[in-house]
Design a protein around this ligand. Structure first.
Ligand SMILES: [Zn+2]
Length: 458
């Protein structure tokens, strides 16, 4: 395998020029040499722009890509997250296994082209259209594994526990019948998923209790205790104010407060959204080592609220970003909106860093989201250094707001400046998956995606 020669690259020690990156046949970086000169006869592939690590997308529900743009009409003056959820449930009840495979293939290509190189799938469509388990308990989730393998996306798949309709222990509504998975069902799905994923070198498997409204906290604790301590565990928490209020009525505690008190939350956990949190809750999340999984585009789309990022970073918290509802696939925009939300709330600028921090905001956001995303998805990525997987982006200077930018000005230009995706080429595990902005499978994947959309619309 030829080594890469990048005109510049973002290394752990900072930006460097003329960087040679050696990669083993299994896709692991084996050597990084700044200021490299090419000796005669050496096989070196020159890349056409600055190189940064590909970014993990720590929270996605693939099937929701089918409804992107279709829930933007006001049907009720009191439109809210909860009316959006009804529209989402209608789509959830029309997605067959084949349709999910087609949606995921197209979605993963869109993600790769945007610069995401690992997807975290928080997957809760388990049962058939009537709510009956499939003969293979992983019939649906396995489609995500195969779509990832075909498109070259690295994947952490997390089948969801989903047991009740609310904090009052109400049984599942008919509209939630495809989601039902108790502890036994979840363990069966995990076993089958390990078989489906036996040949996938870039696959990780975790679990995801859906939320404290859908899973009692005692069950979250039991399931976590039954699995190895470093199991990847993601959970939606404190996304909506009504959810916080319902939790207080039922338990006397706020959701994050309850989770931190009753479950063994640690560094292998990721708290998705955690939007409505107080100072004590923020400090507890940071002290636990858990990652906050922020999804700014979806959180804005659903009217969730704004996560207090500066306060969280000041107490040492770590975060990553996710595309969640997949209304838009653009990590640069996720980070831009994350910072802009803080600016709109506080009436100040350059806020996505600890209180006493200084420097490039685009650089700080990209580095933090790389580290948090890699930790949350348990993947050896996010750093251009020996031992890490070669998940790399070659940026397109013509699409940067400042085409001649250097070092972190490149990331500021990419995060804050562009209308177009600034990504030219994308490598996952040592294999180019996007070249010149194109993925080899994008045309057949698009045709199958459109066919799936038509079938869902019927
Ligand atoms: Zn979600």
């Amino acid at each position: 395998m030829p080594s890469l020669l990048a005109p510049s690259a973002m290394l752990p020690s900072g930006w460097a020029r003329d960087v040679r990156i050696d990669i083993s046949p299994d896709g692991t970086i084996t050597g990084v040499t700044p200021n490299a000169s090419t000796r005669g006869g050496e096989r070196v592939e020159r890349v056409g722009g600055p190189v940064v690590p590909g970014i993990p997308n720590l929270h996605s529900h693939a099937f929701q890509r089918a409804m992107a743009g279709l829930a933007e009409k006001r049907r009720d003056p009191a439109d809210s997250f909860w009316t959006w959820r009804e529209a989402m449930y209608r789509v959830a009840h029309a997605v067959t296994p084949d349709a999910l495979g087609a949606i995921a293939r197209f979605l993963f290509i869109e993600m790769l082209k945007a610069g995401y190189t690992t997807a975290g799938e928080f997957h809760y469509l388990h049962n058939d259209l009537d709510g009956v388990p499939y003969a293979d308990p992983a019939e649906m989730s396995a489609r995500l594994i195969y779509a990832a393998a075909e498109t070259g996306m690295a994947l952490t798949v997390m089948p969801v526990l989903y047991m009740r309709a609310g904090f009052d222990d109400a049984p599942l509504e008919p509209a939630q019948r495809r989601f039902m998975a108790d502890e036994d069902r979840l363990l069966a799905i995990l076993e089958s998923l390990r078989w489906h994923g036996r040949n996938s070198a870039t696959l990780q498997v975790g679990i995801a209790p859906h939320s404290l409204r859908a899973v009692p906290v005692e069950v979250v604790r039991q399931v976590a205790a039954a699995l190895p301590e470093d199991t990847t565990i993601h959970i939606h928490v404190a996304e909506q104010i009504r959810e916080v209020e319902d939790c207080i009525v039922a338990t006397g505690a706020r959701p994050v407060e309850l989770l931190m008190a009753e479950a063994p939350v640690g560094p292998s956990w990721c708290l998705i959204h955690a939007t409505h949190v107080g100072a004590d809750e923020l400090a507890d999340i940071a002290a636990s080592g858990a990652v906050a999984g922020l999804c700014p585009i979806t959180e804005a789309n659903l009217g969730d609220g704004v996560f207090p990022l500066g306060e969280f970073l000041t107490v040492g918290g770590r975060f990553g970003v996710g595309s969640d509802s997949n209304i838009a696939l653009n990590p640069w925009e996720e980070l831009r909106l994350l910072e802009y939300g803080q600016r709109l709330v506080h009436g100040r600028r350059c806020l996505s860093m600890p209180e006493d921090g200084t420097g490039s905001v685009g650089g700080a956001l990209w580095r933090a989201a790389l580290a948090g995303g890699a930790a949350a998805l348990h993947q050896p990525v996010g750093v251009i250094a020996p031992g890490f997987r070669a998940d790399l982006l070659v940026l397109d200077r013509d699409r940067l707001a400042q085409p001649e930018a250097e070092e972190d000005d490149i990331l500021d230009s990419a995060v804050f400046g562009g209308a177009a995706l600034p990504v030219r080429d994308v490598m996952v595990a040592g294999i180019w998956r996007v070249s010149g902005g194109r993925h080899a499978l994008e045309e057949p994947a698009r045709a199958a995606f459109l066919a799936a959309l038509r079938q869902i619309a019927e």
